[in-house]
Design a protein. Sequence first.
Lengths: 286, 225, 603
Amino acid sequence: MFDGIDLKKVLAATVVAFIATGCGGGGDAGSGGSGGGAAAVENPVDAATAGNISGSIAFEGDAPAMQAIDMAEEPVCADKHESTPMTEAVVVNDNGTLANVFVYVKEGLESLEFPTPDQPVTLDQNGCVYVPHVLGVMAGQDITIKNSDGLLHNINASPTENRGFNMSQPVAMEGTRSFPVAEVMVPLRCDVHGWMTAYIGVVDNPFYAVSGGDGSFDLSTLPPGDYVLEAWHERYGTQTQNVTVVTGETATVTFTFSASMAGAVVPLGDAIDPHDHGSEAARADQ
Amino acid sequence: MNWSWMLPETVSTYGPAIDQMYYIILVITGVVFFLTEGLLIAFLVRYRHKEGRKAAYIHGSTKAEVIWTLTPFLIVMSIALASKSSWDLVKNPANFPADAMQVVVTAKQYEWNVTYAGADGRIGTADDFTSRNQLHVPVNKVVTVNLRSEDVIHSFFLPDFRLKQDAVPGKEISVWFEATRTGEFTLGCAELCGLGHYRMKGTVFVHTDADFQSWAASRAEEEQQ
Amino acid sequence: MSTAQLVSSLEGEDRSQPGYAGEGQHDISFIRKYIFSTDHKTIGKQFLFLSLFFLVVGGALAGLMRWQLGFPGQPLPGGGVLPDTMAPGGIILPEFYNSLVTMHGTIMVFFAIMPLLVGVFGNLLIPLQIGAPDMAFPKLNMMSFWLAVPAGAVMLASFFVEGGAAGAGWTSYAPLSTSGEWTGVYLGQQLWLASLIIMGFSSLTGAVNYITTVINMRAPGMTWFRIPLPTWSLFITAILILLAIPILTGGLIMLLFDQTIGTTFFIPAGSGEPLLWQHVFWFFGHPEVYILILPAMGIVSEVLACRARKPIFGYHAMVLAMIAIAFLGWIVWGHHMFQSGMNPMLGTTFMISTVVIAVPSAIKTFNWLGTLWRGDIHFDTPMLHALSFVSMFIIGGLSGIFMASAPVDMYFHDTYFIVAHIHYVLFGGSLFGIFAGITFWFPKMFGRMMGEGLGKIHFGLTFIFYNMVFFPMHNLGVQGMMRRIYDPNEYEFLRPLQEMNTFISISVFLLVTTQFLFAFNFFWSMFKGRRAPANPWNSNTLEWTVPSPPAHGNFAVMPTVYRGPYEYSSPEVDADFYPQDQPPPGVGSGGHTASGPEPVPGA
């Protein structure tokens, strides 16, 4: 019978569907809202008047033994490691410093607005571990998430200020996400490989760093002024220090973490401990 | 392509009984299938429309109705009653064989974590040890699997053992099996549990008793470090 | 061509002639007549277009799913248009695959098969077959359709929201479905629930209408055991809907509360019980299975008797078997839960009740065979579909017995064996029944005959490709391949099955392509088909005594019913059919005669 009428009905249904869609928001979690306005922002820092911060993360006490990762059922990944892979919750360097500490300017830059870098940062999944384990980005900056293993990883981000996502990468591939709101720290995990965790520090300014193999960090080209620096570690919690930056000079800061701080409150979006299997047996086992 | 209706080899003690039940049903349904479809095709050929044919004016037959009500009833009832013993044997904890080795299998998105009792033979003590996506058992020994889940429902599926049991969060559900030969077999997840469901798999290693003991000792030692 | 002319030509009726039942309705507006219509036939046709549209959507989702299974990890041709959250570079992601699995099942069950059977044939046939001018509550009937439309729109919209469409399976097992924490799907799962809640109200309003209409509005002489089997089946189905849908709706609301306002009905962390969802879902879900098959059984019984020119074998047994199925359907839900962790003692109980339900199905099958026996079988397109319903339903019924045996189900539960089983029942059964129904009543709906040649080609190809798709799934199940897995090659023991999976996928693409023949035939015949007489199939039931299509109000004069609906090849008359309203020899005229000339529309 009335073909024309049916078309109208279908059309109406489609319109309703699209209206509902519009209300629900777009498809991609993070990539929206990053570029646009930020591109117009000029870097407010005058290099002629700027100063720097340099520092290191000291560690006291006995470094706790990390757990060996059981990759027996993941031969592709196991073959990528020369020695038994260990968890990376506490990595103490040979020089007695602590790696994987995220340091950033927490207070003192509120009045300034910084441009979002165009260059993405890369988070790799290689050998069934996240490389790097701790990562800093600016709010809105693209994060390229790469799967170099060619087997299924999922990236399950559980922030509190930003929207979470749970994306999968079944084959060797890349994906891009970003977090529009500053948040320290965003935990990531892979549910396929329970040991895989990473943390992303999302900051409003470009002054952040992660302590590396020598325990040091550098923040350069800051406007002169008084700042509060915060250092964050996934096992030992956070510490803050006041720093004054003077034009043309490099202020030095040392944070000290100790083994006795284990169990400190670690500020996070969502407390996760992937090795807690929730059962008494698993707990007794540790 | 494998068009076979034969089940793969089974390696559990109760597997043959279950397979036998399957083959009985296969034969019964196979006979009914060929009989009914054959009859259907025969009727279609024999009674196809021809000029001048008039269908028989028949409204039914009480006798026929009784026959084809009672016959299927007796057949399917027999199937159900014959199935009862295997079912009770595998799933009813009251019938579980005694003197079993206990393991705890904790499912989570998307891993099977197995906890073994240490030297003290009890689970929940400090000498427990674990393995991820690997279930090691000795051959010819009853193993009771205590299934738990941390997050959503998973299903513990050992196709070669003909065993399947959902792991439900908030519950501990026990099932058992006894392997009849050594080798490596599949452990799969049979209940949709999220995006990594298709990869939530593990291996069952059936060892000789001596091999199992040495594996357990070395694994326990690794874990205690 | 003006709208009025268009409509008139489409309906194949001449409205200029006086004395027509629908004459008084000429002045109602276009919108009232065709959009917000209260005429059961128009609503039936609206449901037809809506549910055929969703059938296409559901088929497309199956095609996407089968691409991944047939060619795992390879980019979908043209898949680049899909957003990165679904298929970056055309590679279907596991979470999108889960959404495809979920939405294919949901759309096919709730938006294609159920409205096709209940919405289309319930509306079209019930008043016409019992001799009523319309439904008991025409406005409620209109509401039923106009609830289904937003429900469908919400369901489709869920694909486009952040996190994508629901991905916890059409069964939405808790706690996977209770939080986006487990699936990454937040809003999509809630829209899924909202859509099904709305759709439930649509089904309920329809069911209330059907029940009331059948009880109260039968023509004089239309006793209970003179009701044609399609109407019987729809009446029983409506009762099942009335009792089952509120249970589902209750469960859906509880699940929605768990997701949104922090209740923990199904969440163990809050002392909830995941198995409660399964009990609620399957307590609805098993009657639902019969909601999806009973009307098809009714349709097939009608077509078989009519095209075999023979009374249906065991009419009373057929009705009683349907009633038995409807009763037993309530006490077998546990067979979906044999491996769920339910008390194993219950396993035995449900095993016994489940095998018993095979008995009425067997009764129906044997009665269909009995109907064909010594018949005069005409192989028209509707008959071919009806016959394939019988042969495919036999396979679907027999394969169910494997899973009914709880220990055998331990191996087959959640494997492709059950996928094969459900598709032999719902495609081989319900969908062939629907094709039989559409091709049989098309002339009554649209006043034109459907193309017979094209219809037969469509049937033949569909039958072949359908079996190429679903029969090998039995073998996949026997080899142990789990259902709902994105890439079976992850399991070493399933790798040898890839060839068969590719074969199935190619067959699916052929099967889907074949349906364009049906669509073409459907629309072509609607405009260009041969004009249909009132009773093209020489059938007995009341809908064939009025013009094709019937006018608003259906019957110019209220018919009187003298006999049952399947008096074919009766010795009382020369013709091989004997319409229900034809007076017996010696009784005053008033109805139509089988031996006389075709009644002229409007005469």
